[in-house]
Design a protein around this ligand. Structure first.
Ligand SMILES: Cc1cc2nc3c(=O)[nH]c(=O)nc-3n(C[C@H](O)[C@H](O)[C@H](O)COP(=O)(O)OP(=O)(O)OC[C@H]3O[C@@H](n4cnc5c(N)ncnc54)[C@H](O)[C@@H]3O)c2cc1C
Length: 403
C-alpha cells in the first residue's frame, strides 16, 4: 500500500508528489488521462507561462482572502524558481513579470517534472480514473478504472471543470463533499464572452487594442485594457479574458451585462473630435462609409453609424454635432453579453472547495485527518499571467514540505 495517493497528475499533483516522495514517502500518482500534465502542455500557447515574478494578494481571488494571504506568505516566485532549478529547469522573464521555461516549450516543463517524479520514486499510473472514495478508520479506499487502491494519506489535486477536453472534471468536488467538505459555486473564468447581437458576427476577425468597461444592470463595475477580438459568437481577446471572471459571476446572478467598448483609447474625446473635424473637406460628396474607412476598420463602420445615429450620408453633411455622435459611438460601442463560452472555453474555474475548511500551512483538511487538497480544486483562482500555476505549484510544495 502506498503511503500517499495523489489524484491528478496536473501542476499541483506533480509537484506535491515529487516533494512528498523526496521526504521518503511511497507515493502513487493517479491520472485519468493517458498522459500527465495536459493543461501544462497547452498553456501559454505551448510556451507555458509558468509563473509570475510579481506575486501579490490582489492577483488571486476566492471567498477567503485570509487563506490566500496565508498560503502566499513565504511562498513567492523565488520558492517556485528554486524548485524548478532543483529539477534542472531554467526560467526566463517575459513581459509584465511573466515567467517561461528557457526552452519556451511547455513540453520541457512536463518532461522535467515527470523525470524528477520517477527519479524520486513516484509511481505514476495513467489511464487511471478515480471513480469513488471512502474512508474507514485511518484508511482511504479509492475505486479506480484500474482496481481498488488504498492509502493512509490522500491528496485531491484533480483540478476544476475548466477545459474538460484536457481532463477538467468535477469529480474532485464529489469526493470532497463525500468527505464532508462544502463548495463555493464554480463559474468559468478567463473565458470568451457570447453575445446574441447580430452585428458582431459581421465583425468576426476584427481585432483592436481597446478598453472594455463592464456594466451590470446599468452600474459600472470595472474595466480592462488590451486586445478586443470580435468573433462569430461574441467577443474575445486579452481584455475580455481579464474581465470574464466578473462577467461570469454576474451572469450567474442573472444580472444584465453590457460592455462599453472604447475602440480608440489612445485618443481622447477631444483629440478624436479634432482629428475627424480636420478631415472634413468642404463640398466633398464622399459617402460617409468610405470617409470613415480612412480611420477605422471597414467591418466596424456600419455598427458605428447605426449606434451613433449619425444622420450624415456624405462628407459634406458632417458638422460638429454629427462628429460628436460618431466620436461617442467609437469610444462607447455597446455590446450586450448573454453568456460565456462555458467551462469548455475557460482556462480556469472560480470557486471550489471551501478554503475555511483547509489548513493553509499544510493544505490538510480541518475536517478529515490526512486528507489534503492542492491546486484549482480549491476556491482560489488567479489572474492571467502565470498566477494560476503559481497557486498550483505552491499548494503542492506546501504539502510535501510539511509532511
Ligand atoms: C488552455 C489553457 C491555458 C492555460 N495557460 C496557463 C498559463 O499559461 N499560465 C497559468 O498560470 N495558468 C494557465 N492555465 C491554468 C492552469 O493550467 C491551471 O490553473 C492549472 O493547471 C491547475 O493545476 P491543477 O493541478 O490544480 O489542475 P490540473 O492541471 O487541471 O490537473 C488536474 C488533473 O487531475 C486529473 N483528474 C481529474 N479528475 C480525476 C479523477 N477522477 N481521477 C484521476 N485523475 C483525475 C485531470 O485529468 C488533470 O490531469 C491554463 C489553462 C488552460 C485550460
Amino acid at each position: 500500500m502506498a503511503d500517499m495517493i495523489v489524484v491528478g497528475a496536473g501542476a499541483a499533483g506533480l509537484v506535491a508528489a515529487i516533494t512528498a516522495a523526496r521526504t521518503g514517502q511511497k507515493v502513487l500518482l493517479l491520472e485519468q488521462n493517458s498522459k500527465i500534465g495536459k493543461k501544462i502542455l497547452v498553456s501559454g500557447n505551448g510556451k507555458c507561462n509558468i509563473d509570475n515574478k510579481y506575486i501579490a494578494l490582489h492577483r488571486f481571488h476566492g471567498e477567503n482572502p485570509d487563506f490566500i494571504d496565508a498560503i502566499l506568505k513565504g511562498y513567492d516566485f523565488d520558492v517556485v524558481e528554486k524548485f524548478f532549478t532543483s529539477i534542472g529547469l531554467e526560467l526566463i522573464e517575459g513581459k509584465e513579470g511573466k515567467m517561461f521555461p528557457m526552452s519556451l516549450q511547455a513540453s520541457s516543463v512536463v518532461e522535467m517534472l515527470e523525470y524528477e517524479a520517477k527519479r524520486a520514486g513516484v509511481q505514476i499510473l495513467c489511464d487511471c480514473g478515480v471513480t469513488s472514495l471512502s474512508k474507514e478508520g485511518d484508511t482511504f479506499t479509492l475505486e479506480t478504472s484500474q482496481g481498488i487502491k488504498r492509502c493512509k494519506k490522500l491528496l485531491l489535486a484533480s483540478g476544476s471543470p475548466a477545459a474538460p477536453q484536457l481532463g477538467g472534471s468535477n469529480s474532485g468536488y464529489a469526493f470532497a463533499t463525500k468527505m464532508g467538505h462544502s463548495l463555493i459555486p464554480r463559474h468559468p473564468s478567463l473565458v470568451q464572452l457570447c453575445s446574441d447581437e447580430t452585428w458582431v458576427k459581421a465583425c468576426a476577425g476584427v481585432k483592436v487594442s481597446g478598453v472594455a468597461q463592464l456594466y451590470a444592470n446599468g452600474e459600472y463595475i470595472t474595466e480592462k485594457k488590451g486586445d478586443l477580438l470580435f468573433t462569430n459568437y461574441g467577443i474575445s481577446g486579452l481584455a475580455i479574458l481579464d474581465l470574464s471572471r466578473e462577467v461570469s459571476t454576474r451572469l450567474a446572478n442573472y444580472d444584465y451585462c453590457e460592455l462599453n467598448l472604447d475602440l480608440m483609447p489612445e485618443l481622447s474625446k477631444e483629440k478624436l473630435t479634432n482629428l475627424l473635424l480636420g478631415r472634413i473637406k468642404e463640398g466633398s460628396e464622399k459617402p460617409i462609409e468610405i470617409w470613415l474607412h480612412g480611420v477605422i476598420n471597414k467591418k466596424l463602420i456600419s455598427i458605428i453609424l447605426e449606434q451613433s445615429k449619425c444622420k450624415a450620408k456624405q462628407e459634406n453633411d458632417l458638422n460638429r454635432k454629427e462628429i460628436g455622435k460618431l466620436v461617442y459611438a467609437i469610444k462607447n460601442l455597446k455590446l450586450s453579453i448573454n453568456d460565456t463560452k462555458g467551462f469548455k472555453g475557460a482556462e480556469v474555474a472560480t470557486g471550489g472547495v471551501n478554503t475555511t475548511e483547509i489548513n493553509p500551512q499544510t493544505m490538510e483538511s480541518k475536517l478529515v485527518p490526512n486528507l489534503y487538497f492542492a491546486g484549482e480544486i480549491l476556491d482560489v483562482d488567479g489572474d492571467r499571467g502565470g498566477f494560476n500555476f503559481h497557486f498550483a505549484w505552491i499548494s503542492g510544495l506546501r504539502i510535501g514540505n510539511n509532511l
